[in-house]
Write a protein that binds this ligand. Structure first.
Ligand code: LMR
Length: 402
């Protein structure tokens, strides 16, 4: 067995960071690393709506017999309404339950690789580190387009469009539906319209990763841009994750939606997606999806969930406002959304903050705002400010020399 031919692998940086934080004995350490929501006490609790749905399932579930490669059909149907709105069902469109958002991305990637193996996938620079590998492992080439403007800490929208004008018909563009990971930026509705026009001009297929719906400005507001795009183009894919907005992380709850434009194409794409799912995981795990279905199907549970999600979002946005007020270089954080922001500091500063203050974040300077609370925010700011002064000095010196 030629395992010797395998190349050594670097451990996944984010998973390694979780382990490093766990091993740090300092009581006042601060984890702004992995993207999980935390409450004011630093906990990632099971939501009350989830607990109640689990109690219902425990009392009423009569069988755990197989459902099939498509998973829970009602679950996917209820999520369809969140993603596409409650417009009349469209015949060329289908949704399948997947193990988390990553399962949806991978299944979509495999489907694209089967349908159009030469199509290339454009991802933003930067993006979630797992995006490019997920497409590459499915056999698709990936390309990066500019996305983040280091000066304004916003979207380099024109540079992005310019790069995408180099795309070939049938290429795919991966778009973060809201709350971009890692920058916290998001398109305006006008920008979504421009992206849609570009997709139609160039025959570019949008693949929307919607992993944070509800954590930006609310379920409807966060879905508005993606919905507008989906209405404007014939062909699109959506990878949906319930890991964050239902706090079901390790239960791995997601769905893939595919929009094909016609019933025939929808039927053939669905049959192929089912065959691929069967070979990847045979059938998705049921529990988390059954919980989400139970919540969305019950008015009372649904409103409990909405209230909890509202509170999570308000806390995140309060932390954003408070951190943004600490230094002018942090001001853009206030208008960004979701869990993340990229701090304007380098890898050296990230390492120093970890060593001297027990503050844990990935080397690119991404922070999870939910790791902050009223208690640890002053210490976080103390650890950060000296590095901001330094990078402001460097930026100024560069401007002066330039
Ligand atoms: C993150 O970006 O921190 C999360 O999406 C967790 C993960 O799986 O990387």
């Amino acid at each position: 067995i030629p395992f010797a031919a395998l190349r050594p692998q670097q451990p996944d940086a984010l998973l390694a960071l979780i382990a490093m934080h766990r091993a740090d004995p300092r009581a006042d350490k601060i984890d702004v690393g992995v993207g999980v929501y935390r409450d004011e006490a630093g906990q990632t609790p099971v939501m009350r709506a989830v607990k109640a749905a689990e109690a219902d399932l425990f009392a009423e579930q009569r069988s755990k017999s197989y459902l099939g490669a498509e998973g829970d059909i009602r679950f996917a149907g209820l999520l369809t309404d969140l993603v596409f709105g409650e417009a009349k069902p469209e015949s060329g469109r289908f949704g399948l339950q997947t193990p988390g958002g990553t399962g949806a991305l991978r299944l979509g990637a495999q489907l694209l690789a089967r349908a159009a193996p030469l199509s290339r996938v454009w991802v933003s620079q930067p993006t979630w580190p797992n995006h490019a590998p997920t497409f590459a492992e499915a056999g698709l080439a990936t390309l990066v387009h500019p996305y983040f403007d280091l000066e304004s800490r916003g979207i380099a929208f024109e540079a992005m469009l310019d790069a995408l004008r180099q795309s070939r018909s049938g290429d795919v563009v991966l778009l973060h539906g809201c709350c971009h990971n890692p920058t916290g930026t998001q398109f305006t509705l006008e920008q979504w319209a421009e992206v849609a026009a570009l997709c139609n001009d160039r025959g570019l297929i949008p693949f929307i990763d919607l992993a944070y719906q509800g954590l930006g400005d609310g379920i409807d507001a966060d879905g508005a841009g993606p919905r507008q795009l989906l209405n404007a183009v014939p062909t699109a894919l959506v990878a949906y994750s319930c890991d964050k907005n239902f706090a079901l992380y390790r239960d791995r709850v997601g769905a893939l939606f595919v929009q094909t434009g016609t019933k025939n194409l929808g039927d053939i794409a669905r049959a192929n997606a089912l065959a691929l799912a069967r070979s990847l995981w045979s059938m998705p795990p049921d529990h988390g999806a059954a919980v989400v279905r139970t919540i969305l199907d019950d008015n009372e549970l649904r409103s409990t969930w909405n209230e909890e999600l509202d509170r999570m979002r308000s806390r995140l946005n309060r932390m954003r406002a408070e951190l943004a007020a600490a230094h002018s270089a942090l001001a853009p954080i206030a208008s960004q959304r979701g869990l993340f922001s990229l701090l304007p500091i380098g890898a050296g500063a990230v390492a120093k903050m970890r060593d001297s203050h027990g503050i844990y974040m990935p080397t690119d300077g991404r922070i999870n705002l939910a790791g902050l609370n009223e208690n640890n925010l002053p210490r976080f700011v103390d650890g950060l400010l000296p590095h901001l002064e330094q990078s402001a000095g460097v930026a100024q010196a560069t401007v002066a020399v330039g």
